[in-house]
Design a protein around this ligand. Sequence first.
Ligand code: UD1
Length: 415
Amino acid sequence: MHTINIKGGNILSGEIPVSGAKNSVVGIIPAAILCDEDVNIYNVPQLSDVDNLIEILNYLNVQVESKEDYLRIVPNSMTNRPIHGEFSRKLRASYYFMGALLSKYGHVEISLPGGCVIGARPIDLHLKGFKALGATITEDGDNMIIEANELVGTNIYLDFASVGATINLMLAAVKAKGKTIIENAAKEPEIVNIATFLNNMGARISGAGTNRIKIEGVEYLHSCFHEVIPDRIEAGTFVILGAAMSNGLKVTNLIPEHIYSLTEKLREMGVPLEIGPDYIIVSKPEKYNPVDVQTLIYPGFATDLQQELASLLVLADGTSSIDETIWENRFQNLYELAKMGARIKVEGERAYIYGPTKLVGTTVMATDLRAGAGLVIAGLIASGNTEIQNADYILRGYENIVEKLSNIGATIELI
Ligand code: UD1
């Protein structure tokens, strides 16, 4: 287990680039096995989640070449093997092999996925969709067998616009016979990026980015070149960091529209922002206004940025509130912030943060990926030294985080 040590209080400046999107690439890599030729992917971030997916590909005898941000995947000689706990528990996105292997072979043996403990994280909507396409599912404890002689396109209504279920069902339906329509589909930019990837290989998917996605099944997927979009959550994390500790931090290689809900909230707080076509320059204001935030599905305020924003709200002049509507266990970071001096109250799905408070460095624990990112921001704000234990969570979602933050003036080390 790694630890991140931060000496807080430095003013940050310069440029910080955003890497490729974790939540996009973790769908693209399993989706690549659907290709009947070779796949070439660019702007791939170097993250432990990516390494874990490549390990699964190696186990399935898929050829993988990687160099810096380029990844070539050739699934011609792959074999369909059971993906058991040792692989699937390392990350949530292992479950995209369900849709991909079902589509390719009509047979998947897989254990339930792992991932951050931020809620119950059921997969009932994924399974309901597979069944609607004609699959049968046999469950034995944590292991399941999903199989189908033939997948046939149909209409699937998602009770909740789940990101994972939308992607998994696109993968399952891409080679199914006839037309599939996913109603109440999730609209996140990562879904558009994965649909574009599949279409680049010859799939016929339309409507990605709206709540109605149509998929006409095709028989063959050919070679393609594809680029991963910038990570909007990493971008948002850096913008929040700039709002806390900078006199002009330029966050580059991002798509501002993807974090509009965040930048609007920051403006409400009084944070000066200059938004360019693919960059944002952000500075700390003299005084921060308190705000009320509610997490929602895209384009609402991203749940994945809520814990990072919480660290900034500690500085606001008054009471802020956060309503977490997506995950039921996503305030663990606040108890760690309290150890640093934050004044908080959690009432079910709502948290109150009473500011302004001066944070003081101490030893804290990253309880999940974004909680960890929030604590990095808190550590940079705080006076003195902060030791963040369990930092491996952070490495799952932030490429070269220590190097990137050191380059803009932070005193930070990974141990
Ligand atoms: C993805 C993101 C995660 C983000 C989340 C919401 C990836 C790898 N992870 O997670 O970072 O926080 O979207 O933006 O892309 N649900 C069900 N049944 C299901 C599926 C989901 O009830 O079958 C519920 C979940 O418990 C949760 C909500 O739907 O309350 C959202 O889940 P979902 O959108 O599926 O999130 P993930 O795809 O797991």
